[in-house]
Design a protein around this ligand. Structure first.
Ligand code: IMP
Length: 400
């Protein structure tokens, strides 16, 4: 069996949660392969709004099991809060529907303090301040502590080494942060115990018989290698990273769905060529509800950049695009897109229409996008709810 992968094609916040949630209805497993609580997937279910951060989007389905992959990072405090939020919305989170790969790295208070230091320097990146970059930092310099290490005798020594090594950077804050970090060790150990999956190759058998959906966090243009470095996140966000990040058998990976917004948004620092500033920017931001699901920060808004989208399509070798939030542009007089460095103007539309009878102005916009990126727009998002999707291309099955 071949399994689908969903990734963001721009700078995050494309509405991946809605798409994975849609596909998850048929899935046995939803698997996250990168990032941590920097993500915010907003899901609407039975009139309730639930925001997941590091827990995969399948958690709202009672039939669905969820997996946090090896290349993810996990913070005991935000994880606890997230579990509480999900439970208080009436859904369950237990060892029956969630596993955490033993190789996922743990974010401790020292990671947050180090990030604070970095973000307060002149080289600020505008991160989510969730200690993501610094957890990947200690992972890559091999001083990190993984979920599985919490159950080894040497685990605490590892954390002590990390603390001793990095604490001098923290100046007068060092002793408080070290103490908090070491105290969190036991909490993390108890907390993750029911969920820790200690199997090195768990999905090699599962992928043969159960339907899996791999969901990426953040997006291609924020990829640490291929994104707009240094204004990127610290993980690998491309569809190709799914195999290594879970890990998942390469030959069992199939359909690659890229999620892009009908316009664009970006949070944090970094270039944004098509940004719309001033009153019109404020208008679109308000209309699209463009405020961070994790941090509440206002997102910069802009027109579609098809040069960047084409690059993202290639980098993630996408089969189709799902274009979200097309409804936000309804009622606008004119819509613009950048392609080959030139601006193209489109007459606006009042409604998206149906698959059989797509609004003719909107269709011109879609046709132009398809022509420039070389793949089809399989579906269009017309609202936040799970079923507010117009499928333009029939995908018989997400699994082959
Ligand atoms: P970090 O991932 O917190 O280190 O932040 C690095 C950059 O990625 C910043 O510009 C963040 O705003 C951005 N970023 C991280 N996660 C998300 C996300 O889920 N949506 C949108 N932007 C994100």
């Amino acid at each position: 069996m071949k399994h689908p992968i969903v990734v963001g094609m721009q700078y995050g916040d494309e509405g991946k949660g809605k798409i994975t949630d849609y596909i998850a209805e048929q899935a046995d497993w939803v698997i996250r392969f990168n990032g941590g609580s920097n993500a915010g997937h907003t899901l609407y279910f039975d009139g309730k709004k639930v925001v997941t951060h590091c827990i995969p989007s399948g958690i709202l389905y009672s039939h669905c099991k969820n997996y946090i992959g090896a290349a993810c990072v996990i913070n005991p405090k935000t994880f606890t809060q997230e579990v509480e939020d999900i439970k208080s919305s009436g859904f369950s989170v237990s060892e029956k529907n969630l596993k955490i790969d033993f190789r996922a790295h743990v974010t401790f208070p020292i990671h947050l303090a180090l990030e604070e230091l970095r973000e307060n320097s002149e080289k600020t990146l505008g991160t989510t301040k969730k200690g993501i970059g610094t957890t990947y930092l200690t992972k890559v310099d091999r001083t990190g502590v993984r979920v599985g290490d919490l159950y080894n005798e040497s685990g605490k020594d590892r954390l002590q080494y990390l603390v001793d090594f990095y604490a001098p950077l923290l100046g007068s804050e060092a002793s408080r942060v070290c103490e908090e970090t070491l105290m969190e060790y036991e909490t993390a150990k108890e907390l993750f115990k029911p969920f820790a999956c200690m199997d090195h190759t768990f999905f090699y058998d599962v992928a043969k018989k159960e339907k899996c959906l791999l969901e990426g966090a953040q997006a291609v243009l924020l990829d640490v290698d291929h994104g707009s470095y240094p204004f990127v996140t610290s993980s690998s966000t491309l569809a190709g990273s799914a195999a290594a990040g879970v890990p998942f058998p390469l030959r069992n990976l199939g359909l690659r769905l890229g999620v892009a917004k009908a316009y664009m948004t970006r949070v944090g620092e970094g270039p944004f060529e098509t940004e719309i500033t001033g009153d019109y920017g404020d208008h679109l931001r308000g209309k699209g509800g463009e405020f961070g699901a994790t941090t509440g920060r206002p997102r910069k808004v802009g027109w579609m950049n098809l040069d960047e989208l084409s690059r993202a399509v290639r980098l993630s070798d996408s089969d189709h695009i799902v274009l979200t939030k097309a409804d936000v542009l309804c009622g606008e007089k004119e819509v613009k897109a950048l392609s080959n460095g030139e601006w193209h103007n489109f007459a606006g539309w009042d409604e998206v229409g149906t698959a059989e009878n797509l609004n003719s102005n909107f269709k011109k916009y879609i046709d132009f996008i398809e022509e420039k990126i070389g793949i089809s727009v399989a579906a269009v998002g017309t609202g936040p709810a799970r079923n507010e999707l117009v499928w333009l291309k029939k995908i018989e099955s997400f699994w082959e």
